[in-house]
Design a protein around this ligand. Structure first.
Ligand SMILES: [Cu+2]
Length: 498
């Protein structure tokens, strides 16, 4: 709620109620009542200020605007995901401002007044206060500087002094555009991080090979790593274990998994983990909202076999997923999957950058593009070229399996391998398989297992058959070596190679 009302339309106009749109004549006194409602301390300040400024109950400005400090004042705002309440606060004038952030959210939030030194940080469910030194009247933005939070809507306005004093247009103060409208998109990029490399690839976990359930301990550390996403393009990925996707967890149905999630001390934000394979609130997310430098542990029983996504579930969840926070957990049925010669681990996700695709530099995350579902890159395993540079190799005669998942956060996949037919597909990671499939639809937060035998040598390109995404980097190459097999495929009179 706004704590300032419009200034009088004209002196002596009929009174309206506080906050009533248009025709308001109550003015500063009730403005201060709003402040009182927020905090008793502010009320005292307001009363002092009334005495100092010679204001009357009619709300007219009786003396010239003060240009000197009016003394200490205080505000208190509630922070949640992802807003401040109130989103606009008013204090009578410059001086020391004690700002209290009452964090009723799940994760940490801070309050920074743009252009003013200082920061107040409060953990989820906690309160914190700090003092900001305000030298002059004006309209300031206060924001949460936790990455992504400002873009998600955590912007408020602090009005210091009355509208007359701040020289702002009345409409900008009480009824101006909402917070989202005041956020300016970045116009230029920082230089790319010259030391950044593509993230290493995650390994396929070995088959379980166990005849009875067991207790399995899993520890994963979340790490925020600046990496090369494409040539000349760097981005700070949020990862499970330093890879995108995160480490493959592989257990047997009936196993009890004791999961410890650590959040590296260098992280800027809280992270968590939601296992789609777990049965229980949030799949673990509720008990693993881990601030930087801390850890949390929970256990769950892998009741259902299948191939399951896990992902970070810290608000804004889509932002964390868009930064690379997903992986697969395999829960093998008793006896495991049919044996194949090689297994691969591939996950699809898309990335939303502040700059343009291919624009050299270090890119920040674009909340706007993410909400519009317009990614700059769609990728297998977290970087352009991750799976096209010899990462996937096999030989003619072998059987291969791809554990395939989609992190998203927004795009489903029409997963296809050009030049191959899936002999077996376990659609959506389910227990039953289908046979002889060309393309399998994989939802976000879902998976598929595809098995096929290699008969003919050559390069087989993994794609999402929504092929516009190929231009956004979404490709992998399975390189198959071995003798030609003209009975199956025979280039009788091929065009000469260019
Ligand atoms: Cu996260």
């Amino acid at each position: 709620m706004a704590t300032i009302t419009r200034p009088p339309v004209e002196p002596g106009a009929p009174s309206g109620g506080p906050g009533k749109r248009g025709g308001i004549s109550v003015g500063p006194l009730l403005a201060f009542v709003g402040v009182i409602a927020i905090l008793l301390m502010a009320a005292m300040v307001a009363m002092n200020y009334m005495l100092l400024s010679g204001r009357g109950a009619a709300g007219q400005v009786a003396v010239a605007a003060p240009t000197t400090k009016v003394g200490p004042s205080a505000i208190s705002v509630v922070a949640t995901e992802f807003k401040f309440t109130p989103a606009e606060v008013t204090i009578p004038g410059p001086g020391d401002l004690t700002a209290t952030i009452d964090n009723k959210g799940l994760i940490e939030h801070d309050l920074v007044i743009e252009g003013i030194d200082g920061r107040v940080l409060a953990a989820g469910g906690a309160k914190a206060s700090g003092v900001f030194k305000l030298a002059k009247n004006g309209v300031y933005n206060f924001i949460c500087t936790i990455p992504g939070h400002k873009e998600a809507g955590m912007v408020g306005r602090l009005v210091v002094g009355t509208p007359e004093q701040t020289a702002a247009k009345p409409d900008q103060i009480a009824y101006g555009p909402g917070p989202a409208a005041v956020v300016q998109p970045p116009v230029s990029l920082k230089p790319a991080d010259a030391a950044a490399k593509p993230l290493p690839l995650p390994q396929v976990a070995a088959p379980v090979n166990r005849t009875a359930p067991a207790n399995v301990n899993v520890t994963i550390e979340t790490q925020e790593i600046t990496a090369k996403l494409a040539d000349g393009v760097t981005y700070t990925l949020w990862t499970f274990g330093g890879t995108v996707p995160g480490p493959m967890v592989r257990v047997r149905q009936g196993d009890t998994v004791t999961m410890t999630l650590k959040n590296n001390a260098s992280s800027k934000v809280t992270h968590s983990i939601d296992f789609h394979s777990a049965t229980g609130p949030g799949g673990g997310a509720k008990v693993t909202q881990v601030p930087p430098g801390q850890e949390a542990t929970f256990s769950f029983k892998a009741l259902n076999p299948g191939v399951y996504v896990y992902h970070c579930a810290t608000p804004m969840v889509a932002h964390h997923i868009a930064n690379g926070m997903y992986g697969l957990m395999i829960v093998e049925p008793p006896g495991g999957y049919p044996k194949v010669d090689r297994e691969f681990y591939v996950m699809q996700g898309e990335f939303y950058l502040a700059g343009k695709r291919g624009q050299e530099g270090h890119h920040e995350f674009s909340m706007e593009k993410m909400l519009n579902e317009e990614p700059d890159y769609a990728l297998f395993n977290g970087s352009v070229g991750a799976l096209t540079n010899g990462a996937m190799k096999a030989r003619v005669g072998e059987t291969v399996r791809i554990f395939f998942g989609v992190g998203g956060p927004n795009l489903t996949s029409s997963f296809h391998v050009i030049g191959e037919i899936f002999d077996r597909v376990y659609p959506e990671g389910a227990s039953e398989f289908m046979t002889n499939v060309q393309t399998t639809l994989v939802p976000t937060g879902g998976s598929a297992v595809v098995d096929f035998k290699l008969e003919v040598p050559g390069n087989y390109v993994l794609v999402d058959h929504s092929l516009g995404r190929l231009e956004k980097g979404l490709a992998g190459i399975l390189e198959v070596e071995g003798p030609a097999n003209p009975e199956v495929f025979n280039p009788i009179n091929p065009l000469p190679k260019p």
